[in-house]
Design a protein around this ligand. Structure first.
Ligand SMILES: [Zn+2]
Length: 76
């Protein structure tokens, strides 16, 4: 009896989960509603803009560091 495990996982019909909220959706769709799709795409855009500004900050810091090293050499 100790080896009898419930085979529930094999009985679940094929399905996916909404990319945004995780609700069960049909296999053919990625989101449970147009609202969720919009929200997820907005989130992706937000992440992209955060990545962009972080890259910008890193570039500015690198330029500032280079100038910090170069300026004393250029000044008499
Ligand atoms: Zn959803």
């Amino acid at each position: 009896m100790k080896n009898s495990q419930p085979a529930v996982s094999h009985k679940v019909s094929p399905h996916r989960h909404c990319f945004s909220c995780g609700k069960v959706v049909s296999v053919s769709s990625d989101y449970c509603s147009p609202d969720c799709e919009m929200r997820d795409q907005q989130r992706v855009k937000d992440i992209e803009s955060i990545k962009f500004s972080m890259r910008l900050v890193i570039i500015l810091v690198v330029i500032a560091l280079i100038l910090n090293f170069l300026l004393p050499m250029l000044l008499p």
